[in-house]
Design a protein around this ligand. Sequence first.
Ligand code: C2E
Ligand code: MG
Ligand code: MG
Ligand code: MG
Length: 281
Amino acid sequence: RAKSEGGGVHHFFEKGMDRHAQRRRDMEIDLRHALANGEFELHYQPLVDLAQDRIVSFEALLRWKHPEKGMISPADFIPVAEDIGLIVPLGEWVLREACTQASAWPSDIKVAVNLSAAQFRSRNLTQAVFTALAQSGLSPLRLELEITESIFLADSEANLAILHQLREFGVRISMDDFGTGYSSLSYLRSFPFDKIKIDRSFVRDLAERPDCVAIIRAISGLGRSLNISTTAEGVETVDQLDWLRAEGCTEVQGFLFSAARPASEVSALLGKFGDHASKAA
Ligand code: C2E
Ligand code: MG
Ligand code: MG
Ligand code: MG
């Protein structure tokens, strides 16, 4: 009896695994065609500078419009794209598309592009960034590249060399999701980042949790003394905005202002938040 029960559990578990593996295989197959089929799109979310009270940049966020399944989140497909090696051509497409679209915006507005550690491993990243800038005519000063600490977990010497090369073009480098990793602090010593993006998890609990206030205060203080700007991610309420302003964060980004929107809506967002952004929110 015990054996058959065990078998039942095992069978159930296997079925679940099968479904998961099947979904994963389907996604791999669909992903391989998605780039050529033009199923990817970039949406743009504003970053608002608090001292200037206006939009200073837009973060490009990748969207996959699956022909049958609809919109699929980057959190779901980017890890798969990394595993099958698609992230390199896809990342190059993102760089080209973001630089081309940003070159049509007012010249004081920057664009931020997320990079995956796999793009660093490809050894083609500096060339891809250079090509995207050259083909679009976008000034390197208007391009911000967002990296996470994952690039320091392996090949950190080689990856640091790449970061330094990128910086020599004049491109800005931001540390994304700051505070979520093991030793975010030590990475600030290994590279002169231009911007720290404080992870959304600290902002979310600001009102209820004094420890989150203390952490945000410490990070923005650190930014001030190291001359690095600090962007708070995931700002959803006026309350959070007031806290972040009081703690001296330099920029905010979140649904309070806008979620990521299609490129066609960038000029409307600039009209709404291009000036006196916090009053409009
Ligand atoms: P991220 O770079 O930290 O981007 C911020 C994420 O937070 C975005 O999710 C954004 O839509 C979401 N967000 C912004 N404001 C708010 C808010 O007020 N509340 C809440 N709840 N969420 C907010 P998204 O677009 O789903 O992207 C998820 C992650 O996927 C990104 O995190 C980034 O790591 C990755 N990603 C997106 N586009 C690309 C890309 O082109 N290349 C690479 N390598 N990764 C990308
Ligand atoms: Mg980002
Ligand atoms: Mg982030
Ligand atoms: Mg993130």
